[in-house]
Every structure is written in C-alpha cells, then in structure tokens.
Design a protein around this ligand. Structure first.
Ligand SMILES: Cc1ncc(COP(=O)(O)O)c(C=O)c1O
Length: 432
C-alpha cells in the first residue's frame, strides 16, 4: 500500500490492467521505486543529459517576436535542440537506464509523430537494446522520414492497422506486444499517461525542462515568468515545464489541437468540454468517446497531438483550474509556424506551433512587459513533408516528381549495368 495515493491525481490515473500484465507492472514499480531514490541513477541520468542529449537546451529571448507582439517579452525554451529534435529523448533516456537496471534486453515503444519512436530507437542503439516501435499506418505515411531514421538506428517499425491507425492504436498494439514478451522487454511509454507508475515517472524525467527554465529565467530576469504556454498531446512536454511552477503565481496555459473543426473526428480537444471521463488504456482520465464509451477518431495536422486521451495529472490540474486549456486550429498552427520561422529563424515542430499559436492569439490581452515562456517542444524538420505541401504545394510536387524521375532513371541504369552506383553496405547477418 506504500505510496498508494501516488497512483492517482485527484480521481484520475490508477492502474486498470489485465492480470497478465500485473507481473510486468509490479517489476517496473519496484525498479522505479529503487531508482528514484538512488543518487547514482540520477547522476548517470544528468551526465547523459549533458553528454548525449546536449542539455541544457537554450532559453532564447525572442526579441523580434516580442516586438511584433507589442511589447510582451517572449522567451522560447528550445527543446528542439535536444538530440533527435524534441523533448521526447529526456524520457526515453530515463526509461532506457531503467530497462538496463531491470536487466531487460529489448524495448518497445508506441509513436505518433515518430519523435518518441526516434528517441527510443536512438537510446536503444546507444545502450545495445533491441527495439521495436509500433506506429499507426496513417502516422507511418505522414511521418515517413522519422520511420527511415528509426530504422537507421536499427529499430523495427511495425505498422498498426487497427482503429484510426494513429497514436491511440499504437499504444494498444504496444501493450498487447508487452503481454507476449514480459520477461525480456520493457515498454518505454512516451507520454505522461497510461497506468501507474508511467504518468509520474515520465513527468519526473521530463521535469528537467521546467527545472532548467526556472534557473535560466531567474539568471536572466531575476524573476519568474508571468505565463508559460505548452502544447498538449498526452501531456509530457507540458507537465515537464509546468511542474517546476505549479506552486508559483505563474499562469500555465495548455494548448490542445483544435484541428479543422469542432465536430467529432476533426480535432483532439479533450479539456474543452467535449471529452468524457472514462477508463481507457488502463488509466482513468478524459477521453474523446461516443455514448457507448468507444473512442472517437481524432484529427490534427500534427501527429503528436492527435490522441484521444490526456495524462491524468493534466486532467486533474485542468479540473482545479491550475492549468487553463485553450485550443489552436490546424490553420493557426501553420500560420504560427511561418511567423516564428520568419521572425526568429526558428522552425518549430507542428506540435510546438500550437503553443506559439496559443500565445499569438492571446498576446493582445497581455500587458506590456509581461514575461512569457513558450515551450518549443520540437523542431520542424520532421514535418517538412506536411508543411511544404501546405505552404508551397506546386513547387513541392514538382520537386518530388523530379526526385522520383531521377531515382527511377538511376534504378533502370543500374539494372541494365547490373550494379549500383553507390553500393549499399551489407547489413550484419546479411549473406554476401
Ligand atoms: C515535438 C512534439 N511536441 C509535443 C508532442 C506531444 O506530446 P506530449 O504532449 O507528450 O508532449 C509530441 C508528440 O509526439 C512531439 O513530437
């Protein structure tokens, strides 16, 4: 019964797992309990945060945006400069260390935008762990560059064909796979959600964002910010930055994906009154569900915000009004991305562009001189195949056609010569 209350955030959270997963969760909970109070574990985590991830990430004073927005003072926490391009690596690193501690040889993960899969594949390579990433077929198609990158790191990427073929279904597939390989596998869950101990554990690994931000803003300004904006998918980058300011007089704003409309299937807004409390994927929170409790389809231009549930701590902090939730549409996110790129020469991930859009929408009502931090959770290179067709469709189509033509011509020439121009190195175990 020790720490039993930690399983819940208000009435949300818990651990509603099938019997077959009980041994895995009990083993994980024991390992986490011992690691979290082990100084050596955290020293190793901190060392690798510096050496491998490149932390601390900068807190950048965005002077041009500040001027454009009429005199509020904007700082951007640039998590996109972390290794693999987003905050996801903070958690993946922590859980990989835990997997090693438990003697596991294999890790699995779910991924939506591909950033968590990429981060898990990278740390798996770093620690010599076998890695399989489950990814909805739809997300695999829209985030193909990340699929390629995961495979380059040696991971297997397994397509999920069920349901809406996005993140929610990938979580189900990963949980199912875990039941079949409990003995040698650790499931690296990618956001601050799921059954206990994941929400608290992921939030702890991501708390490095808020701890750094607090130190950096105090060093620069000698005071705390007035407001912090972060996008909210499952909730890991938001609770990661908000966590260090929960007890302070700092306004915390979570920005959800308003998508392309307010009807079911066109957005992923859980905290705006459209979701219902339920137990889904073995934890209790707000989920977008129909009258029978089945999950509704979701939509966002950003794969990482396209999820039907929300982490239990955020659900509770939303109910208590400690976090205020707003939404940004696909269109607003794209426009915020372009504005940030042009003003500061910084290309945010589509997910992070929602946080920026949230600020841009509200900036007019903020007093001059107000100090605002936006968590730019990732960088936008991964989204090129989504943003380019939106911003420059015909040029992009012409580029892709040229690329395809040249690849086809090259393949034909190689076939007739019987050899490739650039030889692909043989992979381990591949026959010569
Ligand atoms: C760059 C980026 N930001 C935000 C998110 C949303 O996840 P979370 O709410 O867990 O931070 C994702 C998810 O893939 C992401 O890749």
């Amino acid at each position: 019964m020790k720490r039993h209350d930690e399983r819940y955030f208000g009435s949300y959270g818990g651990r509603y797992i099938p019997e077959v997963l009980r041994p895995a969760f009990e083993e994980l909970e024991r390992a986490w309990e011992s690691a979290r109070s082990d100084e050596a574990f955290w020293l190793e985590f901190e060392r690798l945060c510096g050496d491998y991830i490149g932390r601390p990430t900068p807190l950048y004073p965005a002077g041009n945006l500040s001027r454009d927005l009429g005199g509020i003072r904007v700082y951007l926490k640039l998590e996109g400069l972390a290794h693999t391009g987003a905050h996801k690596i903070n958690n993946a690193l922590g859980q990989a260390l835990l997997a090693k501690r438990m003697g596991k040889k294999r890790v699995i993960a779910e991924t939506g935008a591909g950033q968590h899969g990429l981060a898990t594949a990278a740390v798996a390579a770093r620690f010599g762990l076998e890695c399989e990433v489950f990814m909805g077929e739809v997300d695999m198609a829209r985030q193909h560059p990340n699929v390629f990158a995961m495979r380059t790191f040696g991971a297997t990427v397994t397509p999920v064909h069920d349901g809406s073929r996005t993140l929610t279904d990938a979580v189900n597939a990963a949980l199912k796979n875990w039941t079949e390989r409990i003995a040698d596998t650790h499931y690296v869950l990618g956001s601050a959600l799921g059954p206990h101990p994941y929400p608290g554990m992921v939030a702890r690994f991501q708390s490095v964002i808020g701890i750094e931000t607090r130190r950096q803003i105090m060093e620069r300004e000698g005071r705390l910010p007035d407001a912090i904006y972060a996008c909210v998918g499952g909730g890991s980058n938001s609770i990661g930055i908000f966590g260090a300011f929960l007890a302070d007089d700092v306004s915390l704003v979570g920005v959800e994906a308003g998508g392309s409309g307010s009807e079911a299937g066109m957005h992923a807004v859980r905290m705006g009154g459209k979701a219902r409390v339920g137990v889904v994927q073995a934890y209790k929170s707000y989920f977008l569900q129909d009258g029978d409790g089945s999950l509704l389809p979701t939509h966002s231009v950003s794969a990482g915000l396209d999820y039907a549930g929300i982490g239990p701590q955020l659900a509770s902090l939303g109910d208590s009004k400690r976090i205020r939730f707003i939404e940004a549409s696909d269109e607003e996110a794209i426009s915020a991305l372009r504005r940030t790129a042009r003003a500061e020469g910084i290309l945010p991930a589509l997910e992070s562009a929602h946080a920026l859009a949230g600020l841009f929408r509200e900036a007019g009502s903020l007093d001059k001189g107000r100090l605002v931090v936006v968590n730019v959770s990732g960088r936008g290179d991964k989204d090129l195949f989504i943003t380019a067709p939106i911003l420059e469709r015909s040029d992009w189509m012409a580029f892709l056609e040229r690329e395809l033509d040249s690849l086809r011509t090259q393949a034909l020439a190689e076939a007739s010569l019987g050899q490739a121009r650039v030889k692909r190195p043989r992979l381990d175990g591949e026959p010569s």
